[in-house]
Design a binder for this molecule. Structure first.
Ligand code: SF4
Ligand code: MSK
Length: 644
């Protein structure tokens, strides 16, 4: 297949071609070999959860051996995806919480609390008194509360109560989906979907909603908030993006996966004189760290470390021949990297006991010996620099952008240094210069042309004066395409959004972090509602969400918690539920009456953007802010009141 059909990214096209020339297989090739994919799996009507099966639903056999029909089977499969996605995010949150505890308790720890201001702000949300207290005391109280959220047996998740709006809480309470604890909701999915338990698809989906809320408003939110306190809250920061950030003359280390605990220390030790000298003795000019996937986003947001690429570029990075170590933690790491890296000099190093890969070297990481492990890994890369073989093929492609936007600093960017407020954003929406906002997030998927859906959708939205916030691999796609440059506003935006971006000094696509940082989008929405003038609840807001290249179970959990938070959410590949007409209708229509949001499936990103814009306009109509107002002549006083 022509590399241009596989990716719109020129650097990727170059390396896809190189893989073909060398007879190396990549995700696109393996997808072709999988075709045609199993129709039962796609439709969600294959069940293999007991040994009377596997059962597949057909016209001839409309029920499995136990009598489960398409609705039950598709709902159970969907719930198990949500459980897995929520588990991945929440276990990330739990690991960060343990590191946080270590930083509080041990004076000799490699971690410390870097953002005391955020610690106090977060503590205050949970009702922790901070006046006159030592940082250690506040942090310990906060840890006890959030840690309890993982295993509590009854009650309401404390993070939900602390962060969600009262109107939203009421909706969840009435529906009986307020999460009690993170682990409990995941466990309960596994129980309810066991053979012979839940069979009512709507009742099953309710538990899926509850579990996804425990992810977005719980595990992911804890990961984000504690990471900011521990590693420092991101600030607007310039970064380089795409495979061109690799440097032939330096030792190149790629960090890949999701968790920042090790990569943050790798960044620090790579600047140590002793290690730089060691690299120079091997003939290198220095040590270059770059990232892939969400580990990249974590260190990009906090340190401005360049991002080499997103999910579908992990194999391509090895093909440059210039990656001396690919260091991985957890999630989104293709097992294919094991055999691919063995064909090159690249050392693939796994570090988590949860993620070992055949063909990789394992250097076990634990937070109590973080610096020691980080130094060992950097030294391994330095020693491997001299083992490079053959041609080095680093594409020239490299873009620049500004990342590091958070709920808190967006607040200040909008209001100006002295006026922290979302008022200007709400006013911009009310005046119509900004039509609304959209979250475009998520993965890559070789079923869609790499990066195309993200970029086409984002361009269509910003052209129509819709501000875009992005996380994960979608954000990396935007960075590579130049949509995170402040001057992108002049090039791609409608007049209203352009004026706003230029006045505030922000790009039209805001990088708000990694996959767990989708929780930042939830808290931004909560702030917009709290600011007033745009309704009482998230479902009233002129906003929409999308994951135009999703592939991960985490994306299903993310999508479900946005829908359950009142957000219309469009994804490209349909959820594997189409084999159940009832479940499909419920998720894409009826659920809206219950939670205010609903799912939509559309592979064409321009059409999908059109659906989002239509939804945004319908919300504007409902708010009564689409009415034409009389032209107003501004006197000096009125001008002073203008916020943009
Ligand atoms: Fe078949 Fe029912 Fe067992 Fe599923 S639970 S495999 S539908 S018998
Ligand atoms: S890394 S979950 S491919 S966004 Fe978070 Fe990218 Fe999706 Fe992984």
């Amino acid at each position: 297949m022509d590399p241009k059909e596989r990716s719109i990214d020129k650097a990727s096209q170059q390396l896809i071609q190189r893989m073909a020339d060398l007879g190396q297989e990549n995700a696109w090739d393996r997808l072709e070999k999988q075709m045609p994919q199993c129709g039962f799996g796609k439709q969600g009507v294959c069940c293999r959860i007991c040994s009377m099966g596997p059962c597949r639903i057909t016209k001839k056999a409309p029920a499995g051996v136990c009598g489960a029909d398409a609705d039950t089977i598709a709902a159970r499969n969907l719930l198990r995806m949500i459980a897995s996605g929520a588990a991945a995010h929440s276990d990330h949150g739990r690991d960060i919480a343990h590191t946080f505890k270590m930083a509080i308790d041990s004076a000799n720890c490699d971690y410390m609390i870097k953002d005391e201001r955020k610690l106090k702000e977060v503590a205050a949300r949970f009702g922790i008194k901070t006046d006159g207290k030592e940082i250690k005391e506040i942090a310990t109280e906060l840890f006890d509360i959030v840690m309890n959220d993982f295993g509590r047996h009854e009650g309401t998740l404390s993070t939900v109560a602390a962060y969600a709006s009262p109107a939203r809480l009421k909706i969840w309470q009435q529906l009986g989906v307020t999460p009690r604890s993170i682990d409990r909701e995941i466990v309960e999915i596994m129980h309810r979907t066991h053979m012979g338990v839940g069979a009512d698809y709507k009742n099953l989906v309710k538990q899926g909603i509850r579990c996804s809320l425990a992810d977005g408003w719980g595990g992911s939110l804890i990961a984000t908030e504690l990471s900011d306190i521990l590693f420092g809250s991101p600030q607007a920061i310039r970064f380089g993006a795409n495979l061109g950030v690799l440097d032939e003359k330096q030792v190149n280390i790629i960090v890949h996966g999701h968790e920042p605990a090790l990569s943050d220390i790798v960044v620090a030790v790579s600047q140590e004189d002793e290690l730089i000298k060691m690299a120079e003795e091997k003939g290198a000019e220095g040590i270059n760290i770059a990232g892939i996937c969400c580990t990249a986003n974590e260190i990009l947001m906090r340190h401005g470390i360049a991002v080499a690429g997103n999910f579908l570029q992990q194999e391509l990075a090895v093909m440059t021949g210039a990656v001396d170590v690919m260091l991985v933690d957890v999630q989104c790491i293709m097992p294919a990297l094991g055999s691919l890296s063995s064909c090159f000099h690249t050392k693939l190093i796994t570090t988590s006991p949860k993620c070992k890969i055949p063909g990789a070297e394992h250097i076990g990481f634990s937070e109590d010996k973080a610096t020691e492990v980080a130094r060992t890994i950097v030294k391994t890369a330095i020693d491997n620099f001299v083992n490079r073989r053959g041609d080095i093929n680093i594409p020239k492609a490299k873009e620049h952008g500004v990342a590091g936007f958070t709920t808190e600093n967006t607040f200040y960017n909008l209001g100006g240094t002295f006026r922290g407020t979302f008022r200007p954003l709400n006013d911009g929406v009310i005046s119509g210069r900004l039509r609304g906002a959209a979250g475009v997030v998520g993965c890559n998927n070789p079923k869609q042309t790499h990066d195309y859906c993200h970029i086409a959708m984002m361009k269509e939205l910003i052209k129509n004066d819709v501000l875009v916030v992005s996380t994960g691999c979608g954000a990396i796609a935007a960075g590579k395409a130049g949509l995170m440059r402040p001057d992108a506003a002049a090039k791609y935006c409608g007049k209203g959004l352009r004026e706003i971006c230029e006045t505030v000094g922000i790009p039209p696509v805001l990088h708000v972090g990694s996959c767990v940082d989708n929780s930042r989008i939830l808290t931004i929405l909560a702030n917009i509602v709290a600011e007033g003038g745009l309704g009482e609840d998230f479902a009233d807001l002129p906003v929409a969400g999308a994951a135009p290249e999703w592939m991960s179970e985490k994306a299903v959990s993310i999508g479900m918690y946005f829908v359950a938070s009142g957000v219309y959410t469009v994804i490209a590949e349909p959820l594997p539920v189409l084999g159940s007409e009832n479940l499909t209708r419920y998720l894409t229509d009826e659920i809206e009456k219950e939670v205010g949001g609903k799912w939509a499936f559309e592979r064409d990103p321009i059409k999908a953007a059109g659906m989002m814009i239509e939804h945004i306009e319908s919300k504007r109509d409902a708010l009564g802010i689409n009415e034409k107002t009389e032209r107003k002549l501004y006197d000096m006083e009125a001008r002073r009141e203008l916020t943009f």
